[in-house]
Design a protein around this ligand. Structure first.
Ligand code: SAM
Length: 219
């Protein structure tokens, strides 16, 4: 059984979906990032351009680490909300990271409950590969809908290694979904959803980050 199956809590979970074991994920995340999580996720918040007063949505927020950093960057006057379909993840995030301007809700990226234009920034880390592939277009359309004109999105997901050995190791330890993660499709799909100024950058050697802006409001 590999890590993905353990965290999903079901042996056949080489497929996308909600993660069941929130505390185990939080511990794995600390170990895998080996003390670099604050710096790398802080960089994502910077790349997304989160500033005071911004209303931020974090898709697939898990235990809420990125959401909490975004909420700090949005202070004073702003807030961050994390959305995740996993009830245990949302429970863990609420226990450990909810504050006056940082909250968590159960929900799916492809069917957001938020009103049109209700966010300035949407961020996401390591969650796109969990959205079923056939629903990703719908999820990007939802991001477009909930952002205000001129709003920004930053999606960061795992870029598999290019070498055979590295790919093999990722497949064995984390599963095929991560080994074959099609991160190069994120940018064209955001453009298809209507976003402009789409740009790609790498963070930490394994995060593929796509930034884009919803046209309008001079954006
Ligand atoms: C690998 S975790 C990443 C958590 C967090 N963003 C981080 O970087 O630590 C992926 C998260 O995506 C969530 N997820 C699964 N399907 C989703 C969907 N359709 N929409 C949004 N999030 C989803 C999982 O429940 C899980 O908490």
């Amino acid at each position: 059984m590999h890590l993905g199956q353990l965290l999903h809590g079901k042996p056949q979970a080489d497929a996308p979906g909600a993660l069941k074991h929130a505390l185990a994920y939080e511990i794995c995340s600390k170990v895998v990032f080996a003390g670099r999580r604050r710096r790398l996720f802080g960089r994502l918040v910077e790349l997304a351009g989160v500033g005071a007063g911004d209303r931020v949505l974090d898709l697939g927020s898990g235990p809420g680490y990125l959401t909490a950093l975004a909420a700090q960057a949005a202070s004073p006057g702003g807030s961050a909300v994390g959305v995740d379909p996993s009830v245990p993840m949302v429970g863990q995030a609420r226990c450990s990271r909810a504050t006056a301007n940082c909250s968590f809700e159960v929900g799916r990226a492809e069917a957001l409950g938020a009103a049109d234009g209700s966010f300035d920034v949407v961020v996401s880390s390591l969650a796109v590969h969990h959205i079923p592939e056939e629903s990703r277009g719908r999820a990007y359309a939802e991001v477009f809908r909930v952002l205000r004109p001129g709003g920004r999105v930053l999606l960061a997901d795992f870029r598999p290694p290019r070498g055979r050995l590295g790919r093999h190791l990722v497949g064995v330890t984390a599963g095929e979904v991560m080994r074959d993660n099609p991160v190069d499709r994120i940018a064209p799909m955001l453009a298809e959803a209507g976003f402009g100024s789409v740009s790609v950058s790498g963070v930490g050697g394994f995060l593929h980050c796509v930034r884009a802006v919803k046209p309008g409001d001079g954006g």
